[in-house]
Design a protein around this ligand. Structure first.
Ligand code: FWO
Ligand code: ZN
Length: 391
C-alpha cells in the first residue's frame, strides 16, 4: 500500500539527483531529498535503491499485443504477447495495434487483450484500425471509437508508401486524420494517427502535402519505422526539422536486418546531431509484429518477430554506444510519448502521476526492479508477477 524507494539517483526523465520517492497505492505521493514518514506504525515497504538509477516506467507506443504477421501465409502469424515479455523490458504502458492482417485479428480481440493486460497489472491503450483504409473500427467510425471507447486514443497503424498498404489517396488520409483529430478533441485524447511507413519511394510526401494544404497540425501524425532505411531516415530528419514527429522502431532482428536499416539508437543520434528537437522523437518496439523480408521482386523470403525488450536495449545502447545523454535517451519512451499521446498521468516522476518506475543498476544499466501502478512486477531482474497462463 505504501512504499518508500530510498537512496536512488532519479532521472524523471530530467536528472533530479538523489531523491526518495513515496508511493501511496498506485500513485507517486512525494519526491523529496530527505523523506521520512512520521508515524512508524504505518506499514511501509522500503525498497533500497542505493546504486540504482530510478526512471519512469517505459511507454511502448506500438505493440501487436494479440500478435500480427501472416505475410508468409497462416503459419507465420505471430504469437500474442504475455505480461512478463512486457514488464521484463521495463515497459509499464503499451499502446496495442493491429497490422497487415485486419481480418483474422480484429478490434474486439485487441480491446479484450488490452483489458486483460490492464487486469494483469500494466497500463494499456489501443489504436483503432489496422494497415487498411477504410479504417476497421468497433463502432463503425474512427471518431466514435475514439470518443466512446476509453482505451482507444487514436487510429493506426495506417500503412502508406508500402506494397501492402491499401493504397489510400492523400484525401483518404486527410479525412481519416480529421476524424481522429475531432474524436480526440471531443474526448480529451490525442486523436493521434499512427502511420506505418513502408519503404516505397513516396515516403512521407502524403503527410507533408496534408500538413501544407490543410489545417491539420504536424502533431496529429506519428509516423513509425522511420529508421527502416537510410533513405527514409534522412527524409524523416528533414520532416523532423519542419516540425514533424518521428517514431523509430527498436526491433531489428539481427538475422533479418534489412540491408540499409538504421539501428534505432544510431538513428536517434543522427536526428539529434542534425538538429531535430528531442521532444519530437520517440521509440517504439513493434513488439510481436512480424519483421518480414521481401526480395526486390517483393517475394517473401523470411520473417523475424519484434520484441518489446528491444525498446530499453536501444535506450541503453544510445547512452553506452551512441553517446546520447541519459535524459534524451529516456525521453523517447517516457515523457515524449506521454505528451504526444496525451497520457496525462504517465511519463515522468512527479507527485500524483501513476507509480510506474524502473530501477536499473548504475554500472550495467540492466533492469533490476519494475513497478507498475505501485505494484512490484519485476525484482532482481526476475518477473515476480506473471500473466494468467505464464508458468
Ligand atoms: C514492419 C507489422 C513491416 C505485422 O514493415 O509493420 O512489416 O502486421 O505484424 N512490421 N506487418 C517491420 C519493419 C519495420 C522491419 C509491421 C507487421
Ligand atoms: Zn508497421
Amino acid at each position: 500500500m505504501i512504499k518508500l524507494i530510498k537512496g536512488g539517483e532519479v532521472y524523471g526523465p530530467h536528472y533530479m539527483g538523489k531523491m526518495n520517492i513515496l508511493i501511496v497505492s498506485d500513485k507517486i505521493g512525494a519526491v523529496k531529498k530527505d523523506l521520512s514518514v512520521g508515524d512508524d506504525t504505518l506499514e511501509i515497504e522500503v525498497i533500497d535503491a542505493a546504486g540504482k538509477y530510478v526512471m519512469p516506467g517505459l511507454i511502448d507506443a506500438h505493440v501487436h499485443i494479440i500478435g500480427g504477421g501472416g505475410e508468409g501465409s497462416f503459419r507465420t502469424r505471430t504469437p500474442e504477447i504475455m505480461l512478463s515479455q512486457i514488464t521484463l523490458g521495463g515497459v509499464t504502458t503499451v499502446v496495442g495495434c493491429l497490422g497487415t492482417d485486419g481480418t483474422t485479428r480484429d478490434m474486439k480481440g485487441l480491446l479484450a487483450k488490452a483489458r486483460g493486460l490492464e487486469e494483469e497489472g500494466i497500463s494499456t491503450y489501443i489504436y483503432t484500425g489496422s494497415y487498411q483504409v477504410p479504417v476497421k473500427t468497433i463502432t463503425g467510425s474512427p471518431m466514435d471509437d475514439i470518443i466512446l471507447i476509453d482505451k482507444i486514443i487514436g487510429v493506426g497503424e495506417i500503412a502508406i508508401s508500402d506494397h501492402r498498404s491499401s493504397q489510400p489517396t492523400v484525401e483518404d488520409i486527410a479525412k481519416l486524420t480529421a476524424e481522429a483529430r475531432v474524436g480526440g478533441i471531443l474526448s480529451g485524447k490525442a486523436g493521434i494517427v499512427n502511420i506505418h511507413m513502408g519503404d516505397g519511394e513516396r515516403q512521407l510526401d502524403d503527410l507533408i502535402e496534408i500538413i501544407e494544404n490543410t489545417e491539420i497540425p504536424t502533431t496529429q501524425f506519428l509516423p513509425t519505422h522511420i529508421n527502416r532505411s537510410i533513405k527514409l531516415m534522412e527524409k524523416g530528419i528533414a520532416y523532423g526539422k519542419m516540425g514533424g514527429l518521428m517514431d523509430l522502431t527498436t526491433s531489428s532482428d539481427p538475422d533479418f536486418l534489412e540491408e540499409d536499416e538504421v539501428k534505432a539508437s544510431t538513428g536517434l543520434k543522427m536526428a539529434l546531431d542534425a538538429g531535430v528537437p528531442i521532444e519530437q522523437i520517440t521509440f517504439s518496439s513493434d513488439g510481436q509484429g512480424s519483421m518480414p523480408i521481401f526480395n526486390k521482386h517483393r517475394e517473401f523470403v523470411g520473417l523475424g518477430v519484434g520484441k518489446v525488450s528491444s525498446l530499453y536495449r536501444e535506450i541503453k545502447d544510445a547512452v553506452l554506444i551512441d553517446g546520447v545523454s541519459m535524459e534524451d535517451a529516456l525521453k523517447v519512451a517516457t515523457s515524449n510519448p506521454a505528451r504526444i499521446l496525451k497520457l496525462k498521468n504517465k511519463g515522468s516522476i512527479e507527485v500524483r502521476r501513476d507509480a510506474d518506475l524502473i530501477l536499473v543498476d548504475q554500472k550495467t544499466l540492466s533492469i533490476d526492479t519494475v513497478i507498475a501502478k505501485g505494484k512490484v512486477m519485476v525484482q532482481g531482474g526476475q518477473a515476480v508477477v506473471k500473466g494468467t497462463f505464464e508458468e
